[in-house]
Unconditional design. Structure first.
Length: 122
């Protein structure tokens, strides 16, 4: 992944931040699309790995992965409620460091460049 692509992805990541109980969070459903996961169940598995890493670090899952519901419009124009998970910045980092192969290009070089991009954009 090229440096410009990483910077663009980071800008998009910061663009979808929301606030939940006065804490910045990201919707897992939005992250799924941003990161190119075609299926929710695949991304959900990745989130579960991040939850495990969070627990192993001594953190409380509910503090970093609150379960929420959101109203979405489906193809017919009708609305329905779907489940979602919000991820704090810590949760996003746990996901990122959990070592998923499809993460931002799937290579350690991309991870290192993403970290550099994060530091440059502070």
């Amino acid at each position: 992944m090229k440096t410009e692509e990483i910077k663009d992805l980071f800008k998009k990541f910061e663009g979808i931040v929301c606030e939940y109980n006065e804490v910045e969070c990201w919707s897992a459903r939005e992250l799924q699309l941003l990161l190119g996961y075609a299926k929710w169940d695949k991304f959900s598995n990745v989130i579960n790995k991040a939850k495990e890493a969070c627990t192993n670090a001594g953190e409380t899952i509910d503090n970093h992965f609150p379960q929420v519901e959101k109203l979405v419009t489906i193809g017919s124009g009708a609305e329905r409620i779907i489940s979602d998970v919000l991820l704090t910045r810590y949760a996003c980092k746990s996901w990122y460091l959990s070592g998923t192969t499809s993460c931002w290009g799937g290579c350690e070089e991309s991870r290192a460049q993403a970290e550099i991009g994060r530091e440059e954009n502070k």
